[in-house]
Design a protein around this ligand. Structure first.
Ligand code: PMP
Length: 448
């Protein structure tokens, strides 16, 4: 393991019940001021965070297995990111790249050309959120192809704006009663090997999708296919081997733009800079956000120069897109990931975690599958002896882990997946301790 250095003690320590009295007081104030539609899965209020821990307002130190949903891969306060933010903020926080451009934006675009898969000529455009990047990838694909249909998939999550809600699969809580949704979005079956009752190979599953696209939409009406190379919110679903390459090759033959949504999988999370590399695909466009800037809001679309440069000047942008402070954070984050070898660290985390969880899966009968890549790992929970999803037990396990000081998030179309997304700079000891807590919670749920 790389020797990481930390500002805060890397320990799990509870000094109150969770939530403690100060968090409860903030919860009271929040109810009177913050919209009820915003949920929080962990009821404690953070005051500090570093490496693998989050400290709350009551002084509890919790182990973080969520990274703020796959964002703080370098930690939530890495000194090089904090220094880059402070340095840039001391000079200028904003000019608007569409008014007075600056170096940081160009440097980030250069770095993205280098880091993303494929050695073709690329261009980038920067935004504030993953959803905004996805919306813009769709705009670019439509303009470049002169076509309007967008193919999305079961279990997909692409955001909460109107167009990205249309692309997202799950209604509750993301879409319910928020329609009408954007038109010309077509949903196809995803590759979900654990739940594929037909036992299709990846290429066979892709061929079924291709047949449906050709029959229902027509290849020459399709602007883009969008896919997460590991479906995130849908349940950390790794597609069957050959599924994505088959789709990508069909897209190429039919001049359909293939968009890899790497908002959650990107930036070292899965053991490669981008998860597309595991699949052996080179996407036409890649959408990115989350891990890109160490917690600062930044997002990007990077892809084929001919596609991005087909857009008229002024057609892409936004007041804050590629904010200079966020760009400084991104450059420091990327440099830190390189220096610390974080893609390799994600593979180490997989090696420390996956075999251990798989051994447990052999012992207890509530685990349907352990899957994922790098530090994006999941446990799918089912009723014993079946593959029927068990969201109730899933919630109970996450709640027990939290009561012991470990933050573990859930996800999945059926709400029955525990997802592990630790900061890549978590220490082996802390990870080991968190996994111990999780194992105990899983065993006691299995014994109920
Ligand atoms: N795409 C994917 C694959 C995501 O996981 C997410 C966020 N969970 C988004 C898009 C939307 O990103 P944001 O929340 O930054 O808009």
């Amino acid at each position: 393991m790389t020797d990481f250095t930390y500002r805060l003690a890397q320990k799990r320590q509870l000094v109150t019940e969770l939530p403690g009295p100060r968090s409860l007081e903030w919860a009271r104030r929040r109810r009177a001021a913050v919209a009820a539609g915003v949920g929080s899965s962990v009821p404690v209020y953070a005051i500090d965070a570093d490496g693998g821990v989050i400290v709350d307002v009551d002084g509890n130190s919790l182990i973080d297995l969520g990274s703020g949903i796959a964002v703080t891969s370098v930690g939530a306060s890495h000194p090089s990111v904090a220094a880059a933010v402070a340095e840039q903020a001391a000079h200028f926080t904003h000019t608007c790249f569409m008014v007075t451009p600056y170096e940081g934006y160009v440097r980030v675009a250069e770095a993205l050309s280098e880091l993303t898969p494929g050695d073709h000529e690329k261009r980038s455009v920067l935004f504030n959120s993953g959803a905004e990047a996805v919306e813009n990838a769709v705009k670019i694909a439509r303009l470049a192809t002169g076509r309007s249909a967008i193919v999305t998939f079961d279990h997909a999550y692409h955001g909460r704006t109107n167009l990205t809600m249309a692309l997202t699969a799950k209604t509750m809580p993301y879409k319910a009663h928020f329609g009408p949704f954007a038109p010309e979005v077509y949903r196809m079956p995803a590759s979900y090997p654990y739940r594929d009752r037909h036992g299709l190979t990846g290429p066979q599953a892709a061929q079924q999708v291709i047949d449906q696209i050709e029959k229902q939409i027509g290849a020459d009406a399709v602007a883009a296919i969008i896919y997460e190379p590991i479906q995130g919110e849908g349940g950390f679903i790794v597609p069957a081997d050959g599924f994505l390459p088959t789709l990508v090759s069909w897209a190429k033959d039919n001049r359909v733009v293939f968009v890899a949504d790497e908002v959650q999988t990107g930036f070292a999370r899965t053991g490669e800079w981008f998860a597309s590399t595991h699949e052996g695909i080179v996407p036409d466009l890649i959408t990115m956000a989350k891990g890109i800037a160490g917690g600062m809001p930044l997002a990007a679309v990077t892809g084929r120069a001919d596609l991005l440069d087909s857009v008229h000047t002024g057609g892409l942008g936004g007041t804050y897109g590629g904010n200079p402070v966020a760009c400084a954070a991104a450059l420091a984050t990327i440099e830190t990931m390189r220096q610390l070898g974080l893609p390799a660290r994600a593979r180490e985390i997989e090696a420390l975690t996956k075999p251990r969880l798989r051994r447990l899966a052999d012992e207890i009968d509530i685990i349907g599958e352990v899957r994922g890549r790098g530090a994006m790992l999941a446990i799918e929970l089912v009723h014993p002896g079946t593959d029927a999803p068990d969201p109730f037990t899933t919630k109970a396990i996450a709640a027990q882990a939290l009561s012991e000081g470990v933050i573990a998030l859930t996800c999945g179309t059926y709400g029955n997946v525990i997802r592990l997304l630790p900061p890549l700079v978590i220490s082996d000891d802390l990870l080991d301790e968190a996994l111990g807590v999780l194992e105990t919670a899983l065993r006691s749920a299995a014994a109920r």
